[in-house]
Design a protein around this ligand. Structure first.
Ligand code: UDP
Ligand code: MG
Length: 310
């Protein structure tokens, strides 16, 4: 019998946890040759999430395990902790809010056990129930990131995926501090098949991803998987150098042809100085973003800290 590790990051999900377990268990019962191993990762929840998880463990101590963090480290850290704890032959990563439909598990298993694929992922094909502006921003993000990064980020791809042990080990070999999972899962390679599905709304609770947080996450993703922004300074510098050369030649020619033309252009001069100053600050800012990431990585701090594990 093969074992399937189910990794579930939970942050303030006291309402979802008791709904998640029976829903998934019901589906797991339909796959008799697969034994589940649940890993709930309590990501520093401030509500009774841990209590609910312990309740589940009391009911099913053989299959339910948990890791509880000392504080909130973020979903990406929780996923990493889960992948490290998992012992299964296959590993699946799922949100606890049932936005990742458990009904796909049998299909995923059927596909992955053929050995043809190393990973069965899922992809949302629509975004019903999501703000228009948010959808627009994410479409933009996928367009930009796929243009400037060598790592393919599949539009709408969720973290919800079933992976082979081999692929999980590859992901575990990337102990980087800034963990942009969408990029990491793609960077390690392996053959991935995506199942399409329509968006499902959360069963309970609220998503704490507002537009600003998503925007920052997207910017971090770009910085993690592309160095293109670093080239911006080179391009802007080259462009303004060529422009100023042309301007200089024009000024000299005018001086020679019309020696007594008077001097104009105080206002345009101020604008040009401001423009260049602004562009310089922008480039320094981008540089700073990358240096900041190097700084964090060099400190080599742990990705998460465990308070309790069972
Ligand atoms: N989550 C987490 N740590 C966090 C934020 C979220 O472990 O700091 C978990 C959360 O409990 C859920 C999953 O990550 O299981 C996805 O979160 P959410 O539903 O808020 O995101 P969305 O589905 O809107 O992308
Ligand atoms: Mg969700």
């Amino acid at each position: 019998m093969k074992k399937l590790s189910i990794i579930v990051p939970c942050y303030n999900e006291e309402e979802s946890v008791p709904l998640f377990y029976p829903a998934v268990n019901k589906v797991m019962d339909t796959i008799p040759d697969l034994e589940p191993e649940y890993w709930f990762i309590n990501d520093g929840s401030k509500d009774n999430t841990l209590k609910e998880i312990k309740e589940l463990r009391k009911k099913d101590p053989e299959h339910v395990h948990f890791v509880s963090f000392s504080r909130n480290f973020g979903k990406e850290s929780a996923l990493y902790a889960g992948l490290q704890a998992a012992t299964g032959d296959y590993v699946v990563v799922m949100d606890v809010d049932l936005q990742d439909p458990p009904k796909f598990l049998p299909q995923m298993y059927d596909l992955i056990k053929t050995g043809e694929y190393d990973c069965i992922g899922t992809r949302r094909v629509d975004r019903t129930g999501e703000a228009k502006f948010k959808s627009f921003l994410s479409d933009m993000f996928y367009k930009v990131v796929n243009k400037i990064s060598d790592t393919e980020i599949v539009p709408g791809a969720r973290d919800y995926r079933m992976m082979t042990r081999q692929m999980v080990d590859a992901v575990l070999n990337m102990p980087e501090y800034n963990r942009f999972s969408k990029g990491i899962f793609s960077w390690v390679g392996f053959k991935t098949k995506y199942l399409d599905y329509h968006n499902v709304e959360r069963v309970a609770g609220e998503s704490d991803w507002n537009t600003w947080k998503l925007f920052k996450y997207a910017m971090d993703g770009i910085a993690d998987f592309s160095q293109a922004p670093l080239n911006l300074a080179v391009w802007i510098g080259t462009g303004s150098f060529i422009l100023s050369l042309i301007g200089l030649i024009a000024v000299i020619i005018r001086r020679v042809l019309y020696p007594d033309s008077s001097i104009f252009g105080w206002a345009s001069m101020v604008c040009i100085i401001l423009l260049l100053g602004g562009l310089q600050l922008l480039c320094i800012g981008i540089l700073g973003k990358y240096i900041g990431r190097v700084y964090i990585q060099v400190k080599n701090r742990p990705i998460y800290i465990i308070k309790e594990k069972k």
